[in-house]
Design a protein around this ligand. Sequence first.
Ligand SMILES: Nc1ncnc2c1ncn2[C@@H]1O[C@H](COP(=O)(O)OP(=O)(O)OP(=O)(O)O)[C@@H](O)[C@H]1O
Ligand SMILES: [Mg+2]
Length: 147
Amino acid sequence: MKIMDKTKQKNALMIAFPIEAGNFKDAGEASSKIKSRLLQLGFQGPLIRRVAIATYEAEMNLVIHSEGGIIKAEINPGSVIILVTDVGPGISDLNKAMQEGFSTAPEHVREMGFGAGMGLPNMCSCASEFFIDSEIGKGTTIKMLIS
Ligand SMILES: Nc1ncnc2c1ncn2[C@@H]1O[C@H](COP(=O)(O)OP(=O)(O)OP(=O)(O)O)[C@@H](O)[C@H]1O
Ligand SMILES: [Mg+2]
């Protein structure tokens, strides 16, 4: 079954974090808390790293490009599903956005070291399954299975 059709497993542990647009001060907290939880639960280092990178990139995209959203982690034995939803402008050309180096990040964000256009490609390479959907003027949804 494809990731986009998967519903929550019965005994899954769910943790959720609201992400505020433009809040660079707290950015990275959701990914670091998910990482700590997985460490506590005894997940393997390489899987934790992939979850942490994918979640961090998703989190930064919400801070930079959206008007705010939620990141949820569904933790199952041996695998994690990261669900990202935001309210915002959406992405007009998903194929373009998925390409390495494509970025619409404004100058003041680039000055902080973001805007290489590597976030979505990174998420994709960290995920075992990756799903993205976006609606112009509404927002973006990403679902990633990391196993
Ligand atoms: N949640 C989002 N809402 C609206 N647009 C988005 C969102 N996420 C990504 N985008 C669009 O897709 C582009 C590519 O995203 P990606 O994460 O790959 O690069 P970036 O955020 O611009 O730079 P980097 O992630 O390397 O700092 C963004 O520049 C932006 O135009
Ligand atoms: Mg990004």
